[in-house]
Design a binder for this molecule. Sequence first.
Ligand SMILES: Cc1cc2nc3c(=O)[nH]c(=O)nc-3n(C[C@H](O)[C@H](O)[C@H](O)COP(=O)(O)O)c2cc1C
Length: 365
Amino acid sequence: MIKLFEPLALRGITLKNRIVVSPMCQYSAKDGFANDWHLVHLGSRAVGGAALIIQEATAVSPEGRISPEDLGIWNDEQVPMLRRSNDFIAAQGSVPGVQLAHAGRKASTYAPWRGEGAVPETEGGWPVVGPGNEAFAPNYPQPQALDVAGIQKVIDDFRAAAQRCLEAGFQVIELHGAHGYLLHQFLSPLSNHRTDAYGGSFENRIRLLLEVVAATREVWPENLPLIVRISATDWTEGGWNADEAVQLAAMLKTRGVDLIDCSTGGNVPKAPIPVGPGYQVQFAERIKAEAGIRTGAVGLITSPVEAEAILANGQADLVLLAREFLREPYFPLFAAQDLGVEVPWPAQYERAKPRVHKEVAAGPR
Ligand SMILES: Cc1cc2nc3c(=O)[nH]c(=O)nc-3n(C[C@H](O)[C@H](O)[C@H](O)COP(=O)(O)O)c2cc1C
C-alpha cells in the first residue's frame, strides 16, 4: 500500500492524499487584498491534485504583515476574493487552508525581489511591535514592546480573522508559530526577555500561543481542523529547542490542535542550519512519537519516493512541499504515476494522462 495516497481524516475533513502545498508568500497583494494571481497560483495546485493547499502567511492585522504586499484578512472586504479562490480549490477536490500570521518585529520588510530589511514609512512601511524593543537584525525595524492591551489586541485579531476565514470558505486554519514571527518571538528565550506573565519561564513564553489557540478555537467550528506551524528549534545555543517543542506540542494536543507542522529556524539571523534533503523530518518524527500528535514534515522534500518513505517509516502523517510545488504544480499527479497509484486527472486534462510510466511516455523531465 502506498501511504502517500491514503486519505487522512482530520475532524470532519478528509484529505484525499497526504500531499500539502506549504504556505508560500507571493508578495502580490495590494492592501492585503487577494487578486487573480492568488486565484491562479493556488488554483493551479488544486488542479494538480494536492490534498490541502495552505494559503500564504495571511496577516490578521495590517501591522502584522511581513511586507506591504502580503495577503490579509483583517477586514470583511478582503473576504469575497478569498471566497472565490477557495470555492475553485474546493471544486477541484482539494481542501482550502490558510496560514494566519502576525510578523511582529519581522513586519514591514521588503518583498525579496524589492530589497532587504526594513521598509521605511515613506515607502509604505509602518511601526512594528514585538515582545521587546530589540530588532531582529540591524537592518530590521526597531519594534515597540507590546503591553498587555497590545497583546490582547493580537489575540482578538486572530479570533476575528478566524471568524472571517469561515466566511471565506477556508476549511483548515494553520497558525504561524514559526520562522521568527510574532508567536515564535514569544516562544523563544532569545527574542523574549519580558519579565511579566508572557516571558521568562516556559509556561509564560508559550502563553500567547495558547491564548491565540484558545481564541481561534472559540470561533473555529469543532468539525474543522486546526494546525500549528512551529519552528522546532532555533538551531542556536540557549534558544527554543526540540525538548520544548515536544512539550508544547503535547499541550496543544489537549487544546484543540490537530496537527503540528514541523519547521525550524527563522528567529536568529545566520543560525547554523544543517540544510539537506529532509533535514527537518527528524522533528516531525520526534514530536509525533513523544507528544502523540499528528505531524507534518516539511523542508527539502522533492521526490515522491522521499515523501513516501517519510510516511511509510511513520515519521509524519503529511508531507508539505513548497519550492517543488513552484517547479511542478502537478507534483501529486506525477507522484501517483511514479508510485504506480491510479488517481483521476481533471476531466479537462484526461486526454493527456500518461498511459504508461512517465519516463517511457515523456522521456526524463
Ligand atoms: C516563496 C516562498 C514563500 C514562503 N512563504 C512562507 C509563508 O508564508 N509561511 C511559512 O510558514 N513558510 C513560508 N515559506 C517556507 C515554506 O513553507 C517551506 O517551509 C520551506 O520553503 C521549506 O520547504 P521546501 O524545501 O519544500 O521549499 C516560504 C517559502 C518560499 C520558497
